[in-house]
Write a protein that binds this ligand. Structure first.
Ligand code: ADP
Ligand code: MG
Length: 625
């Protein structure tokens, strides 16, 4: 928007920001289902505007337009004129605000919404509000949308915003208006049903029953206003809770968990919190924003408050009401408020306890929850020192123990063998890949359980936790894996210690800088060789993450190659290197063995030299015949 002079023209036509135009195009042309949700979105905006006003009334000293008017939402339907209009006595908008709020998209999630649709993904139109572009839903049913609005700030002039959705909108000044906003939708012919009072009434009962202000349709009040969280537990039905979740989360699905928590000490708290049905962040959508609103004695202080829960609990949706909070606390002061910090501590503790209880009551359901929301728990376990133990208990992993059910760390500890000192884990892309690799051998021989880590963050969690229940967490690819001795039926005809030691030095010579060291392995039985880590913080899982990010690990990145002196390949290399003219082929075999060990560790190898070596060795093998 460019303005040429300070004095605003009476009437202006402005272009939508490109992304709004794009969004509108999609809304108008692609979202045919669930058009009805536009009612919910407009009511929800009216309710937001009223909440903000109610809060201002308590905190603003200055003069306010129409200070005495009732806080309510009035809907008018006119079948003849084919219009739907909704009026609120909320904060309204200044000219500038109307241009910005209704002409641009401030929310980060909306880009994702459009991308999904553009990529031809089936997108649920009911999600539109969660992406923060609810206002535009009106264009699903509108030929034209007109917004009359007047800000609560008494020195601002009322304005009219209107648009047909095609690329631009107009703004003009108007004569005096009462404070608040009226949105008039000129309905398309095929959407005439939304000009019927009965249709609208039933939609309000369906979607907006918990709006905490009276909603009247042609003068008749439709909703029952009662903040659900102030009722006692026994008076709230399960259906009401679900309905309430849908209202606060602006969602349509079943919540995964419903959580009601009331307390009188150390703080007075009444709260209803929910784990949503879906983790939108998991689908690669943008970060989930906090979605818990803070109230004081039924008056909303702020919505989507960041300071109320730790960052990793950002997926919770709901309401927290505490009469101990001062009403005039602002978004800015919340961060420094000791009371809010205290509230956060209490809530965090309760939520952790609550999740632990749910996990105990219904382990299968908790596992489903974890599959979808586990990333948040991991994030917490790796970042929240204060609640680390409780978060660690909430983690779930696949392991050697059971292919069906995931395990927790306490269950693992329960099953530990008498002579087992540590909790072992190994990272790899999936169960199959890990089980095909060489790392489990030594541990399985001793009947020690091994936890599988599939994601980069898992390794990170393990290395930051370092221990659980007094037991170290150890990556099975660690170089000095101290294992209780095992009577190894000395592999017959294995190379003797001297020969094996010499061979190791010779191999190190062949490999040069590619490895830190070559050692004779004490743990291998079936595989010829494996790579282990001299640095316990830099597990192979972490290496894979670094490699994927194209980070050069430098000298600290070097690994130790362990060789199995009982394995046929090593024995044959030993013979070959001593044969006349055999050392070249033996050298190639050693390099190939290293590449195989890298692949088993999930690390990248240079495909060109791999192919060259394999070819040479194949030729040699076939020549022998
Ligand atoms: P969201 O509600 O998630 O912010 P919307 O697309 O629904 O996104 O609304 C965009 C913005 O327009 C709101 O954030 C608000 O600033 C403004 N707005 C919409 N409706 C009203 C209203 N009835 N009163 C005041 N402001 C409104
Ligand atoms: Mg909205």
């Amino acid at each position: 928007m460019s303005e040429t002079s300070d004095k605003k023209p009476k009437q202006q036509t402005l272009k939508f920001k490109a992304e709004v135009a794009e969004l509108l195009n999609i809304v108008i042309n692609s979202l045919y289902t669930d058009k009805e949700i536009f009612v919910r979105e407009l009511v929800s905006n009216a309710s937001d505007a009223l909440e903000k006003l109610r809060h201002l009334q308590l905190t603003e000293k200055g003069e306010m337009a129409d200070a005495g008017s009732e806080l309510e939402i009035n809907i008018h339907t006119d079948e003849e004129a084919r219009t739907f209009s909704i009026t609120d006595t909320g904060i309204g908008m200044t000219r500038q605000e109307a241009a910005t709020n209704l002409g641009t998209i401030a929310h980060s999630g909306s880009r994702e919404f459009m991308k999904q649709i553009e990529e031809g993904k089936k997108v649920d139109a009911t999600l539109i509000g969660q992406f923060g572009v609810g206002f535009y839903a009106a264009f699903m049913v509108a030929d034209k949308v007109t917004v009359h609005t007047r800000s609560w700030q008494s020195d601002e002039n009322p304005v009219v915003w209107s648009s047909k959705g095609a690329g631009n909108f107009s703004l003009r000044e108007t004569d005096d208006l009462p404070r608040g906003t009226t949105i008039t939708v000129d309905l398309r012919e095929e959407d005439a049903e939304y000009a019927k009072a009965d249709t609208i009434k039933s939609l309000i009962r369906k979607y907006s029953n918990f709006v905490p202000f009276p909603i009247k349709v042609n003068g008749e009040q439709v909703n029952t206003i009662q903040p659900l969280w102030m009722k006692s537990k026994s008076d709230i039905s399960d259906e009401e809770l679900t309905e309430f979740y849908r209202f606060v989360a602006n969602a349509f699905d079943e919540p995964t968990y419903k959580f009601q928590f009331n307390a009188d000490a150390p703080l007075a708290i009444r709260s209803l919190l929910f784990v949503p049905g879906e983790n939108l962040e998991k689908f690669g959508l943008s970060r989930m924003e906090p979605g818990v609103s803070l109230y004081c004695k039924k008056v909303m202080i702020a919505n989507d408050v960041e300071e109320l829960l730790p960052d990793y609990f950002r997926f919770f949706r709901g309401v927290v009401d505490s009469e101990d909070l001062p009403l005039n606390i602002s978004r800015e002061t919340m961060q420094d408020s000791a009371l809010v910090a205290k509230l956060k501590r209490v809530l965090t503790g309760r939520l952790l306890k609550f999740l632990a209880e749910e996990a105990k009551d219904d382990a299968k359901k908790y596992e489903e929850f974890f599959k979808s929301f586990g990333m948040f728990i991991k994030e917490g376990a790796a970042s929240d020192f204060e609640h680390r133990d409780d978060l660690a208990k909430l983690l779930r992993f696949d392991s050697t123990h059971d292919t069906e059910t995931m395990t927790s760390l306490p269950d693992y500890v329960e099953r530990m063998k008498e002579d087992q000192q540590a909790i072992y884990y190994i990272s790899g892309p999936n169960r199959e890949a890990i089980e095909a690799g060489p790392y489990l051998e030594a541990l399985q021989e001793r009947d020690f359980e091994v936890i599988y880590c599939y994601e980069g963050i898992d390794d990170f969690v393990m290395t930051t936790l370092r221990e659980f229940d007094g037991k170290s967490l150890i990556s099975a690819d660690q170089a000095d894996l101290k294992l209780p001795d095992k009577e190894n039926e000395a592999q017959e005809d294995a190379l003797d210690d001297k020969a094996a030691g010499d061979l190791a030095s010779w191999i190190k010579n062949q490999l040069g800088d590619e490895v830190e060291e070559v050692r004779v392995s004490k743990r291998l039985t079936n595989s010829p060789a494996l790579l282990v880590n001299p640095d316990e913080m830099m597990t192979t899982g972490m290496r894979r993450v670094m490699q994927a990010a194209n980070r050069d690990l430098g000298p600290m990145g070097k690994l130790i190659l362990e060789i199995n002196p009982g394995h046929m390949i090593l024995k044959r290399i030993e013979e070959l290197r001593n044969e006349e003219g055999g050392s070249n082929l033996a050298g190639q075999a050693v390099h190939l063995m290293l590449d195989n060990a890298r692949i088993a560790a999930g690390l990248l190898v240079d495909p060109k030299s791999l192919v060259e070596r394999s070819t040479q060795i194949l030729e040699a093998a076939l020549n022998k015949r």
